[in-house]
Design a binder for this molecule. Structure first.
Ligand code: AMP
Ligand code: ZN
Length: 478
């Protein structure tokens, strides 16, 4: 697989440090409010990366944090008159609900900054001991000029940065950071203000800087060198540049081998963001559209291409997804009807010669820096192909094989459910319901109507409605 690496500005062949295993760290949201659909882009994109790597046989350790202490959270806690921890816990829970709706799988670990303070104190101390950090009036700063490669990720020249910062001298004075030895230096630890949450440290009662948490948590849950570090492109500078400086200065080892950054979700050409006020929360959008449509829309563009959010484009995605779901439904219904036909030579030939080409082309698209846009086009081609090559007379096994290919690519890898009716039910539950339906069909055939009615009543009690149609029994949640 080739990945575009922000560090080298080239697409590079992906090679993990340990064969067969991949450690990925993705910067997560600051939890002071509901997430907006711009925040959902990295969640969906990198969840798809994880799924694709698993499809290729890798064991993936996927770590993504929640920033649960920050000025915005503290401001919110003051506004609402509740502790900061209550604000963050509430929005972590809400964010997890949104992720579940968007079929973003839970990470291997979701670390939270406030639960990892000892590791952060240790890293700050290491940086001080190695001469990369210093303390002034309870604040600890990272000494940027002590880390020679500073700027390597964002491709910025340290002297240009310095002159930019001098122009901001007034802003530094306002924030109280004019005591820094160098205007480039950034905060590792800052003292509390009156009434703010704090943790004890050798330098002051205070809290960690934002950049520090990702350096510490990625090291703890993945290791000193990450295979892939990802996030939105706004994080390249200063957040990721500072993470590199802290981690590499502390460990001496390379921090991350591949850096992936998603482009923005835009609205009328502007970045969707809280500060511009031009955002829609995931919660609100999912009231208007099926969350699967939102996920499908998000993957309709390759992740480094800006994507404009508009009603028209989301509705196009809804129509596209409908075509895929209809194609899947057709295959499923042929498979389930079990018309008693054996797989024919022609069908066998298609499975052996034609279908692998679609899988290969899908993988080629995904191998090309996760080109989900091309991968979706190939799924559309596959649907056209299965629609043209199946009908009532196709064998159940043939339709079943085609269905499973579609399921692997669309449902498992892209995370887009292909079954219309079973979207809220897990697969073991689907199997159980379908076994009961099969039993009911068999009972009816044997004229055991009492048992057939009993099964219908039992499922109805569980909120499952059965419909006898010409294509067989269909079911849905009430
Ligand atoms: P934040 O809570 O602002 O730190 O954002 C969490 C994640 O969402 C980061 O990876 C950001 O880069 C990303 N993000 C924020 N806004 C957008 C947007 N409009 N489009 C794409 N990604 C975004
Ligand atoms: Zn981060």
């Amino acid at each position: 697989m080739k990945i575009y690496n922000t560090l080298t500005r080239r697409k590079e062949e992906f090679e993990p440090i340990t064969p067969g295993k991949v450690g990925i760290y993705v910067c997560g949201p600051t939890v002071y409010d509901f997430i907006h659909i711009g925040n959902a882009r990295p969640m969906i994109v990198f969840d798809t990366l994880r799924r694709y790597l698993e499809h290729k046989g890798y064991e993936v350790n996927y770590v993504t944090n929640f920033t649960d202490i920050d000025d915005k959270i503290i401001n919110r806690s003051i506004e609402e008159g509740i502790p900061a921890s209550e604000v963050s816990e509430k929005y972590i829970a809400e964010c997890k609900k949104d992720m579940e709706a968007l079929n973003v799988r839970p990470a291997t670990v979701h670390p939270q900054a406030t639960k990892e303070i000892p590791e952060m104190l240790e890293m700050v101390q290491t940086l001080i001991d190695k001469g990369h950090a210093y303390e002034k009036n309870g604040t600890v700063y990272f000494k940027v000029r002590s880390f020679k490669p500073y700027g390597k990720l964002s491709h910025k020249n340290i002297d240009d940065l310095e002159s930019g910062h001098r122009a901001e001298a007034h802003a530094l004075k306002v924030s109280g950071e004019d005591e820094k030895e160098d205007s480039l230096d950034f905060v590792l630890w800052k003292p509390k203000k009156e009434g703010e949450p704090f943790w004890k440290s050798p330098w002051s009662e205070g809290r960690p800087g934002w950049h520090l948490e990702c350096s510490c948590m990625s090291k703890k849950y993945i290791g000193e060198t990450l295979d892939i570090h990802a996030g939105g492109e706004d994080l390249i500078f200063p957040h990721h540049e500072n993470e590199i400086a802290q981690s590499e200065a502390a460990s001496g080892a390379e921090f991350a081998r591949y850096w992936m950054h998603n482009a923005f979700l835009r609205i009328n050409g502007d970045k969707m963001s809280k500060s511009l006020g031009n955002f829609f929360t995931v919660r609100d959008i999912c009231k208007q559209y099926d969350p699967q449509v939102v996920r499908f829309f998000m993957l309709s563009a390759q992740y480094r291409t800006p994507l404009n959010f508009s009603k028209e484009l989301v509705e196009d995605s809804a129509k596209g997804l409908e075509r895929i779901l209809n194609g899947a439904e057709k295959l499923k219904s042929i498979e389930e009807k079990k018309n008693g036909r054996f797989i024919t030579d022609a069908e066998q030939k298609i499975l052996e010669e034609e279908v692998p080409k679609f899988i290969e082309r899908f993988d080629e698209a995904m191998d090309d820096d996760l080109n989900t846009s091309d991968a979706i086009s190939i799924i559309f081609e596959l649907i056209r192909f299965t629609n043209a090559n199946t009908d009532e007379k196709s064998s159940s096994d043939f339709a079943g094989c085609l269905y499973r290919v579609l399921f692997e690519l669309c449902d498992k890898v892209l995370g887009i459910h292909i079954e219309k009716k079973a979207d809220e039910i897990d697969s073991s539950e689907v199997e159980r319901i379908e076994a009961l339906i099969a039993e009911r069909t068999a009972a009816k055939k044997e004229k055991n109507f009492a048992r057939a009615d009993e099964i219908r009543a039992q499922l109805l009690e569980e909120g499952i409605i059965l419909e006898d149609t010409r294509e067989g029994v269909k079911w849905k949640k009430a």
